[in-house]
Design a protein around this ligand. Sequence first.
Ligand SMILES: *Cc1c(COP(=O)(O)O)cnc(C)c1O
Length: 395
Amino acid sequence: MYYDKWVEIDTDAIKYNLLQVQSRIPEEVRLIAVLKAQAYGHGAAEVARILYQNGVDFFAVSYLSEAMQLRNGGIRASILLFTPLIDYYQIKEAVENYITMAITSLYDAELLEEFAGGINQPVTVHLKIETGLGRFGLNAEEAAEICQKLSGYSNIYIEGIYTHMAEGGAANSRYTKRQFKKFQRVVQILEEAGYNIPVKHVANSAVFLKYPDMHLNAVRIGTLLSGQHPVADIKNPLQLVDPYKFKTHVIAIKNHKAGDYLGYSRTWRLADDAQVAVIPVGYYDGLALEVANQPTGWMDLFKRMVKMLLAYLNIRRFQLTVRIKGKSYPIRGKVFMQMALIEIPQDMVVNIGDEVELPIRKTLVADNTVRIYIKSGRAGKQGDIYRTSYLAGEE
Ligand SMILES: *Cc1c(COP(=O)(O)O)cnc(C)c1O
């Protein structure tokens, strides 16, 4: 089978990263592996399967559709949903598939009661407490009210309580500690009212590495398992391997003269005679897209402006480059919707069909891009995986 472009995922690297993370988790603390956004671009069901085979029995995702993808992929372990379900039929689907739901407001608690009151099936929930991220969650009074209401249903089990940190990676720990204190206070109020919720968790990747005293009973790890460190001030990083590579082929190559222009609006003019290769990947595939968030402060704004300036001045380290046969070459001109141009010096040998590795953010890769899974050097395709037991190591 021939692909225009594909993502390669090294399953041995995923396993290795898991071992690295596990080496820092005390025995009494559970690992909740966060597999949202296709396991950060690596393919949720496939990654879940690798992790499950290596002892992970608790997963989390943002949306019901993501949870169902895991269930349909044969994952039987616990799956926690981070977002509230706001529709009766969504709740029905979640309950029927043993999905653990987050209760984030009185609204979703009432909807759950409406549904769960009429059935015998067990329903497991975690209470989400808002402590300073501003996304969603309960305050102490709401949590107490919900505990009181839900404890009237013998089939509803409040298994967990959690919150999410706004700046766990920041050098200054004050806000994180304040959020933690607020969370502990809610837990205490509930315990004084007689509600003991067994699984408590607040730590994402950054908090996990920086605050061992905030591990509680469970940690929710996504970024580290995907082979990267969070943007954080971390003194004791793990050894991680990025399992991901985005690849394509050269589809055309042509000799050009010094002075020739490249691309729309003629933003690039060749300084020397060169070969120009075309690859079938553009901004539609996530190439050259910067995530357009507001700068976090003056320093961040300044850094971004300097980076743009250096890229404009064509300083090599700030150019967008690709790799072909182990060498790196710059992308030139404006990236097209579905193509891009690469400058290759006259004396280098590059041919049509040569493999090209590209710097595309794993979370921006289009959902329909094929993922090829590599295990001990052998390749298997997404989707074949369950049937061929390729990941199961049963060959
Ligand atoms: C994404 C997410 C995580 C995982 O965060 P990482 O920093 O990627 O480990 C944990 N908890 C919640 C609620 C999340 O949304």
